[in-house]
Design a protein around this ligand. Structure first.
Ligand code: MG
Length: 159
């Protein structure tokens, strides 16, 4: 099937003491980090799910099961490289990705340029094709209370 295909991804991770906070491959100094089997990079996970969704390839849980010790502590950018390879094999090119991180704290704006560079590099794209935004949820819900962070992503693939 050729043409443009849209994809959506959404992910959530809890915040916990004694964990690094990694978003879009950027290691952000913070009092807590995201909990998960891999590096728990919630932004990169949402981006991967958007790409896999657009390609009709399921989700990251199918490709990188959290029961598999191979993915313990995994660098999510490496997983994104793998996903990008799957897309290339099927003749897809990334048009663009747009993502939003939902987090009450810390301030993410200073880190966004590096997130865009990291995600773009892993996908074989340019930073201009990868937009990242951050918002709080005004103190509401689990992101507002600091229980966790969430990320949404959409993408367009050209096939
Ligand atoms: Mg995840």
């Amino acid at each position: 099937m050729s043409g443009a295909r849209i994809g959506h991804g959404y992910d959530v991770h809890r915040l916990a003491e004694g964990r690094r906070l990694i978003l879009g491959g950027v290691d952000i100094p913070w009092e807590r980090g995201l909990l998960g089997h891999s590096d728990a990079d919630v932004l990169t996970h949402a981006v991967m799910d958007a790409l896999l969704g657009a390609a009709g390839l399921g989700d990251i849980g199918q490709h990188f099961p959290d029961t598999d010790p191979a993915y313990a502590g995994a660098d999510s950018l490496k997983l994104l490289e793998h996903v990008a390879g799957l897309l290339r094999e099927r003749g897809f090119v990334v048009g663009n990705v747009d993502a939003t991180v939902l987090a009450q704290r810390p301030k993410l704006a200073p880190h966004i340029p590096r997130m865009r560079e990291n995600l773009a590099r892993a996908m074989g794209a340019e930073p201009a094709q990868v937009n990242v935004k951050a918002t709080t949820e005004e103190g509401l819900g689990f992101t507002g209370s600091g229980g966790g962070m969430a990320a949404h992503a959409v993408c367009l693939l050209i096939g």
